[in-house]
Design a protein around this ligand. Structure first.
Ligand code: 2M8
Length: 423
């Protein structure tokens, strides 16, 4: 299979998952618009259709709540193939949305799309800027009240069932979930998906949100789950700084944004676990660390927050696998190489890490990660995630963000990366 044919396949996947203004992650398993998936889709579209890239971001931000929150799923058209659907979330939005958010990578990706064609993107960016700013304000005012960025549901992290959340999940009573029919396990191998116990707790958390009419202050204060997420903390910090670059180019006053970024940076010691020699998830309800190294910690490089101890941890976990960065520590008892976020490698996370490594002056490591990610896609196609030990493709096929990451990064050699804004 030639490089060109993989490029064509990747573009065909984006076009095939395009619903007209928004892109679904993959047919069947995820039949709606997801927040951070859309941001990566925009980056992918920008390699061949810059206007369509901006459309993707516009559609996402059009469903922003009055509070500033941008929901994690937008249910544009009803689809019985996904659970929990809009009837379970009951958020009263139109179009219907979920009641939680997802990693704020939209500004990071908007900056990339803009830099790929600054002239064409100027007006589009100007229109998007106040919405992104409002979303960041929401993050800082509502979710950084303890310092680092906190999540109220594991789905907000994007790394749904990673071991980071186990201690917080243990405190969630899943018995209120009641009877329900999962759909995900009918689309893909159930062994690669979260457990029934996980789902009971996920649904119990959704029910709590409904019970307080999705009042964020109450969810943060009284909800069953509240953990600081290193991954989101670093992505938000990076996104603040990228948004400030765009703001300056638009002639905006970015003092507020830079103040948020400074506060967040000052809070980073709160999530540094000395025993783990790494950043760690922190249960804000009990003050306990998760004590498990996850891929969220390595997002530190995105925010210029790496250090020699983290470097050593990165090399330790990376050297234990053959393909990409595992989503969880391969030396931990909880490691499972094919179970979703409990071990597999995710091209989209590898791409974010490579951006950070490149910025940290580690182009050699970024290239190693790119080559490994490319080899997974060359071997098996555009899967959702992969076994980092033997490259087994996992989850959904013809996946939007994997195709986008191929076009922008994994399928590019070092020279062409710069052209596509990956540097
Ligand atoms: C996965 O999450 C959804 C819930 O949001 C699910 O399992 O139903 C995660 O991998 C998440 O990060 C991703 O955005 C979503 C769609 O690709 O799927």
């Amino acid at each position: 299979m030639t490089m060109t044919s993989l490029d064509e396949q990747a573009r065909a996947i984006l076009r095939g998952n395009d619903q007209g203004g928004y892109t679904l992650p993959t047919h069947g398993l995820y039949p709606y618009q997801w927040n951070w998936d859309s941001a990566f889709a925009a980056w992918g579209f920008a390699t061949f259709d810059n206007a369509r890239a901006w459309d993707e971001l516009d559609t996402l931000m059009a469903s922003q709540w009055d509070t500033g929150m941008v929901p994690h799923i937008i249910f544009h058209k009803p689809d019985p193939g996904y659970f929990p659907g809009p009837d379970v979330w009951q958020t009263g939005q139109s179009p219907a949305t979920s009641g939680i958010t997802q990693p704020p990578v939209a500004a990071i990706m908007a900056r990339k799309v803009w830099e790929m064609d600054p002239k064409a993107g100027q007006a589009r960016m100007a229109a998007l800027y106040p919405k992104l700013l409002a979303w960041h304000r929401w993050w800082h005012e509502v979710r950084c009240t303890h310092g680092p960025a906190a999540i109220t549901h594991p789905w907000e992290s994007g790394r749904d069932n990673c071991p980071d959340w186990d201690i917080g999940m243990a405190g969630v009573d899943g018995s209120s979930a009641g009877e329900y029919q999962r759909r995900d396990t009918g689309h893909v191998n159930p062994e690669m998906r979260p457990t029934k116990q996980d789902y009971d707790r996920y649904i119990a958390m959704v029910k709590f949100g409904c019970s307080v009419d999705w009042d964020q202050a109450r969810i943060v204060r009284d909800g069953p789950f509240l953990m600081a997420d290193p991954g989101i903390t670093f992505m938000l910090l990076r996104a603040d700084e990228d948004l400030a670059v765009m703001g300056r180019a638009l002639g905006e006053d970015v003092t507020e944004l830079l103040g948020w970024a400074e506060d967040l940076r000052a809070a980073l010691p709160t999530i540094w676990n000395d025993d783990l020699h790494a950043y760690d998830a922190l249960n804000l309800k009990t003050g306990e660390f998760a004590n498990i190294l996850g891929s969220g910690a390595f997002m530190a490089y995105l925010a210029d927050a790496g250090n020699p101890q983290l470097d050593a941890q990165l090399m330790r976990v990376w050297d234990k696998v053959n393909y990409g960065i595992p989503s969880a520590d391969p030396e931990a008892a909880t490691f499972d190489p094919r179970k979703y976020w409990r071990g597999p490698t995710w091209p989209v996370v590898n791409a974010l890490l490579a951006i950070g490594l490149r910025d940290a002056g580690r182009a050699d490591l970024a290239e190693r990660l790119r080559a490994q990610t490319a080899s997974l896609i060359r071997k098996h196609g555009f899967y959702e995630y992969f076994d980092p030990l033997d490259a087994t493709p996992c989850g959904g096929a013809d996946f939007t963000w994997t195709a986008a990451i191929w076009l922008t990064w994994a399928g590019r050699d070092v020279e062409s990366d710069a052209v596509r804004g990956a540097a």
